[in-house]
Design a protein around this ligand. Sequence first.
Ligand code: IPE
Ligand code: IPE
Ligand code: MG
Length: 209
Amino acid sequence: MFHVAIIMDGNGRWASQRSLPRLAGHREGAEALRRTVQAAPGLGVTDLTVYAFSSDNWSRPVSEVNGLMRLLARFLPAETSRCLENGVRVSAIGRRDRLPGPVLRALDAIEFQTRAQQRLHLRVALDYSSRDRIRAGDLAPDVDLMIRTAGEQRLSDFLLWEAAYAEFHFTQRLWPDFQGADLAAAVADFNRRQRRFGGLPAGYCGIHA
Ligand code: IPE
Ligand code: IPE
Ligand code: MG
């Protein structure tokens, strides 16, 4: 298993730089997610968890929240056939009870239709708060590589428990600009790290106890 998690950040800034509404940034963000899912299996990624909407994101203006939810309700059904072609299983993590009906139905449908796919497991974090998940004992697999775009260097309540030994990769790239090559660069960075999990480097044979 190689589990990559991505905090997809910077959609709003991407839009502002172009004097576009924030939602235009979220739309381009959906394209970036499509490219990333396409590139992931070829880089050895078996599990990809993406932060799409945090429980704290409900505090944004209603128009942005509604726009994001509409985008999700459209995007998920439109991606189903591509997921089936590419062996991608999609599931959601997070609270389901506050999601609008159309989003919930789209999630149920794509989870059911892609349930047997085995090349890549894409988990979409929606109305997600890691603190809440930990309290409920509802955990994802351990994260190997945690990526955050747009220059921010924080977890913002994402996979706190699962990232216990994750390697972190931060990039200035805004999420809508993220390409397969950026994922490849992050994986190459990961492959240069030495993970020790509290032990000693593999093959260590020093003489001092
Ligand atoms: C990430 O982009 C997407 C969501 C949080 C839904 P932002 O919307 O946070 O973009 P910035 O951080 O304002 O640029
Ligand atoms: C985290 O990004 C949530 C998602 C990417 C969905 P935010 O933009 O909401 O996080 P903060 O406010 O910068 O910590
Ligand atoms: Mg942000």
